[in-house]
Design a protein around this ligand. Structure first.
Ligand SMILES: Cc1ncc(COP(=O)(O)O)c(C=O)c1O
Length: 361
């Protein structure tokens, strides 16, 4: 605390990211939903060819090359695509561009359990927030989302940390219930579900879908996120970007992202492998008596049998395996476990069996 902090800095509760290993520390990292496989070989080729001279110039402001490649793969036009420094930044810009702030503004509707950055952005930008409780099975309560009056809606689909998918018929009900406000569908994990609300874009001008190269494209370290929506919404995002930082995506990131996006076959093969590992480990854990909802993401939301989630999180950490534990109401009995390689996940199962069986080695 410093006496120079303003009221917002004093009072805000910042987002807490999953812990990062110290340099040189050998761990199995299953705590931040990264992709265990390397990015496309095309990325390596681009990086090998980078000439430092190009960095003397500012990058192109709108990430045109990336937008063009994304448009081809996503089946939209480049005018429907916005790129930012990770989808976190795109979410932050969207909150500023589309949701009203200040006393008396209609609240933004979000699930009570969802990506924990949403309440932080709402607080940062003084956007009133109404948290709609998930149902007992952790699914999104569509009828509550439809009947509540709000100044906009934001949710992740599939949702995090619950890993559950809301089907498109339900997403459409929410869009229809809020025709005068933006419904933001955060599709950070959509590649692992095979379902996207982008197919609804021709019908709904109030739909904004965000996505990221961090998970499916193995590029969490690059920071490239995007939004897809009506060109008027994209223009709104550009207005916010150009009132904050005209160059959110650096020149190297733009080149790397465009080749990574173009190599869609490689990306989808990794996604397929991850989904296969995910479903195998979910079965293994259920065989051990765990509660594991059907994940449509690259992580499992899983409640252990015989020991508490907190105990298991701590013991796994001692063994060099990092998973995510949220000490929060309703979900403190669960771990969020990122799907790693088959070898990493087998090591996890072995460690779990040792800890739960009391056969510590
Ligand atoms: C639901 C959700 N949305 C957005 C993000 C942010 O992704 P990035 O900023 O890496 O694009 C994450 C990251 O974990 C996430 O879980």
């Amino acid at each position: 605390m410093s006496r120079f902090w303003n009221e917002k800095t004093r009072n805000i509760e910042p987002y807490v990211a999953g812990e990062q290993p110290k340099p040189g520390q050998k761990i199995i990292k299953l705590n931040t939903n990264e992709n265990p496989y390397p990015a496309s070989q095309k990325v390596k080729e681009v990086l090998d060819q980078v000439e430092v001279g190009t960095l003397a110039r500012y990058p192109e402001t709108s990430s045109r090359m990336v937008r063009e490649e994304l448009a081809k793969v996503l089946g939209v036009t480049p005018e429907q695509v916005f790129c930012g420094n990770g989808s976190d930044e795109v979410l932050a810009f969207s909150f500023q561009a589309f949701f009203e702030s200040g006393e008396g503004a209609k609240p933004l509707l979000v699930p009570d359990i969802s990506y924990s950055f949403y309440p932080v952005y709402a607080d940062l930008y003084n956007i009133p927030l109404k948290k709609i409780p998930l149902k007992d099975d952790f699914s999104i309560d569509v009828s509550d989302f439809c009947t509540e009056e709000g100044g906009g809606v934001a949710f992740a689909n599939p949702n995090a940390p619950t890993s559950l998918l809301l089907d498109l018929a339900d997403v459409e009900k929410i869009l229809k219930a809020h025709p005068d406000h933006v419904v933001l569908v955060d599709e950070a994990y959509a590649a692992f579900s095979g379902v996207t609300a982008r197919t609804l874009l021709p019908k709904y001008k109030n739909l904004l879908v965000t996505g990221t190269l961090s998970k499916s494209h193995s590029l969490a370290g690059l920071r490239l996120g995007f939004a897809v929506g009506d060109p008027e919404l994209i223009e709104g995002l550009c207005r916010i970007r150009d009132s904050f930082n005209s160059y959110p995506v650096d020149a190297i990131a733009q080149r790397v992202a465009s080749v990574a996006v173009a190599d869609d076959g490689y990306v989808m093969e990794n996604v397929r492998r991850i989904c296969e590992t995910r479903d195998r480990i979910a079965r293994e854990l259920r065989n051990r008596g765990w509660t594991v909802p059907e994940s449509k993401t690259n992580f499992l939301f899983a409640s252990p049998q015989a020991v508490t989630a907190e105990y298991l999180y701590t013991k796994l950490k001692e063994k060099g395996i990092l998973v995510r534990y949220f000490n929060k109401p309703r979900i403190s009995g669960y771990l969020r476990i990122t799907v790693g390689t088959d070898e990493e996940m087998d090591a996890l199962l072995t460690a779990v069996d040792q800890i739960v069986g009391g056969n510590e080695t």
